[in-house]
Structure formats: structure tokens, C-alpha cells
Unconditional design. Structure first.
Length: 203
């Protein structure tokens, strides 16, 4: 009937209206879709930039921790030789060494946790790439960390600090691998993201 046809015509006309805040020239559904694609691409680009900045800061912090661990290892080795040569206060030195080892063990545990967090972030980027129709390639689990980052008891002997320093080196290596994985996903996502603009509209 006439009233139903008038309602349908009014509904179709409503689809061609510019929503509040849209550009003056965006008067077709295709142009509105292009605007949404550009917003999504910009948001994805901003998120990748924030992730890269966070990874850079993490790498700097752990290089500093590795340097401090090496310095502490050398200092404790000198103290151990001095105490042994005097033949006294071995119990006090042992307690101090255990305290240092405990602190370094906590640092290694923190390394394992931070790597797991970074792997979760990379997995999220892989899911975004799949949503765009891209192939993210090998799973992020292939970016493995060395066995030295696994928690285990540090026994006696002069190599415990070297073991911790080696574990921190392995963490730094794992961070580099994750950084390369992030860059690779970044390139694949950019290739699969929709273009910024369309030169002509079909409507």
C-alpha cells in the first residue's frame, strides 16, 4: 500500500545520510565504510607503535640488569677469595651469597614472566592478522627461550652467578626473537590492511 511504500523509501533515503561527525563528502555507504577502515588501520598502527616502544624499554632494562649481575658476580667472587684466604667468617659469607642468589633467582623468574607476557601480545597480533585474511606463519611458540630461564636450584661452586648471567643473556636473546616476530607480523599486517583511500566511489 502507499503508506508502506513511503516508509520503505524514507528508510532507503536514511541510509544515504551523513552521520554526525562524518566528513561533508561522505554521502554514500561505501565512503562511510572507507572511513571506518581508515580508523581501524590508524588504531592498529598506534597499537603497534606502543608495543614496539614497550619492547625497546624492556630490552634496555634487561641489558642494564645483565651488566649489574656481572658486576655483582665479580664482586662476590673477590669477597669469597678474601674470606677463604683469611679462613674466617665463612658462615656470614655463605648467607650473603645465598641472599644474592635469591635476588638473582627472582630476576630470572621475572624474565620468564615478562617473556610470557610478550608472547601473549604477539599471539594477539597474530589473531588480528588472521582476521584481516593474512597468514601469520609459524606459531609464536617456535620463538623459544633457552633452558637457562627455567627455574632450578643453584648448587654450590663458583659458577652460580655465571649461570644467572647466562640465563639473563638467554632472556635478552628471546626478547630479540620476539621483536623480530613482531616486526614480521607488522609487515604482514600492513600488507593485508585495506588501503587508506579510494580514488572513486562506485555509488
Amino acid at each position: 500500500d502507499k503508506e508502506r511504500l513511503e516508509r520503505e523509501v524514507a528508510s532507503l533515503k536514511q541510509l544515504d545520510r551523513v552521520p554526525p561527525g562524518a566528513d561533508a563528502g561522505a554521502q554514500t555507504l561505501e565512503q562511510l565504510l572507507d572511513m571506518e577502515r581508515r580508523r581501524f588501520k590508524q588504531a592498529l598502527s598506534d597499537e603497534r607503535a606502543r608495543f614496539a616502544e614497550a619492547m625497546d624499554k624492556e630490552q634496555v632494562a634487561h641489558r642494564r640488569a645483565l651488566k649489574e649481575a656481572k658486576a655483582e658476580s665479580n664482586r662476590q667472587a673477590v669477597l669469597a677469595l678474601a674470606e677463604n684466604s683469611r679462613g674466617g667468617e665463612r658462615e656470614s659469607l655463605r648467607d650473603e651469597l645465598e641472599s644474592v642468589k635469591g635476588a638473582l633467582e627472582e630476576e630470572r623468574e621475572s624474565a620468564r614472566i615478562s617473556i610470557a607476557d610478550l608472547q601473549d601480545t604477539v599471539r594477539s597480533m597474530r589473531r588480528q592478522l588472521v582476521a584481516l585474511g593474512g597468514d601469520p606463519g609459524p606459531d609464536v611458540e617456535s620463538v623459544s627461550r633457552g633452558p637457562g630461564l627455567e627455574r632450578h636450584h643453584l648448587g654450590g661452586g663458583g659458577g652460580e652467578f655465571e649461570n644467572i648471567a647466562s640465563a639473563l643473556k638467554e632472556k635478552d636473546s628471546a626478547l630479540h626473537k620476539l621483536h623480530r616476530e613482531h616486526k614480521r607480523l607488522q609487515m604482514l599486517t600492513a600488507a593485508k590492511s585495506p588501503p587508506r583511500d579510494r580514488s572513486h566511489s562506485r555509488w
